[in-house]
Design a protein around this ligand. Structure first.
Ligand code: SAM
Length: 292
């Protein structure tokens, strides 16, 4: 796999298959062996591990993961890359490459097919296609899959949002969702120069360990996340104005929201971005009670 990881080698493999990279699909491939090794190390892989990789591209990360893990399922959307992957992963008999859309496939089922039995836990490792980072992370978290840990390369700014604390400019709906389900840790920054072609921004690798149970107790998760989205929808507005404006509850006026927010023990004049997880949970509880 070492020889694959250079811009010249990547160009040669793509040229042989008459391929050019598709920007629209977020195809910025890793061409730096050190970064690949650091990502694999972050996964703390053993031969017991089953790993799903999203977007294997030309297979540089896939090969390194396959060398350290027991079994790998790699889901690639771009059909044109399948012959490239067949060539670059020819030496690995523990990799199943699946053509599919990571926003749609059932990861648990693919893992079960690859292993031949239901699997209670597996990891996700990916250099994510940037055009769908947020919906993909939300799906990995909320899709009910048996994922225990993820090591994800994302844009630097997304990494900051994933790990942001209340009251900071980066804190938003993604921070709440990620921290509700897991414990994110921004591991290291990755300069844009290690990709071919180089994207316009730097990246970072984030490890996200899933919590045994969510950070706060919430009866109605859909309501909780609707409130979170509403609160951050118009960041400059007060919480009451934002929730009334977002029409989170049809017909509820700003005055009704103010009263309810106060009843939940929160100052209705604060902004959504100051609310911690517990406060969003209290708010969801108060709304549930009022609704019923
Ligand atoms: N893993 C490779 C690497 O690190 O060099 C490639 C990473 S590249 C940033 C993202 C990959 O995701 C591309 O191969 C792209 O074709 C693929 N991709 C884009 N959208 C996808 C989707 N919806 N489902 C699965 N793969 C997708």
């Amino acid at each position: 796999m070492g020889e694959l990881i250079s811009p010249a080698r990547l160009r040669a493999v793509l040229g042989k298959h008459h391929l050019s990279l598709r920007k629209k699909l977020g195809q910025n491939f890793l061409v730096d062996g050190n970064i690949v090794r650091k990502i694999v190390a972050a996964g703390n892989l053993t031969p017991e591990d089953v790993v799903v990789e999203i977007g294997p591209g030309a297979g540089m990360l896939t090969a390194a993961v396959a060398a350290a893990a027991g079994r790998v399922v790699a889901v690639e959307l771009d059909r044109a890359l399948l012959p490239v992957l067949a060539e670059t992963l020819a030496g690995y008999d523990n990799v199943l490459v699946v053509q599919g859309d990571a926003l749609e496939v059932d990861f648990d089922r693919l893992v079960e097919e690859a292993v031949g039995a239901p699997v209670r836990e597996y990891k996700v490792m990916a250099n994510l296609p940037y055009y769908i980072t947020t919906p993909l992370i939300m799906r990995l978290l909320r899709g009910g899959f048996h994922i225990t840990e993820m090591v994800l390369m994302v844009q630097l700014e997304v990494a900051a949002r994933m790990a942001a604390r209340p009251g900071t400019g980066d804190y938003g709906a993604l921070s709440v969702a990620v921290q509700y389900y897991g414990r994110p840790e921004v591991l290291f920054r990755v300069p844009r120069t290690v990709f071919f072609p180089a994207p316009g921004v730097d990246s970072a690798v984030v490890r996200l360990i899933r919590r045994g149970k969510p950070a706060v107790t919430v009866e109605d998760e859909d309501l909780f996340f609707t409130l979170v989205r509403g609160a951050f929808g118009q960041r400059r507005k007060t919480l009451a104005n934002a929730l009334a404006g977002a029409k989170v509850m049809p017909g509820w006026t700003r005055a009704a929201w103010e009263e309810l927010i106060r009843a939940a023990g929160i100052d209705p004049r604060c902004r959504g971005e100051t609310l911690g997880m517990q406060e969003f949970a209290s708010l969801a509880r108060a709304v549930s009670i009022r609704k019923n």
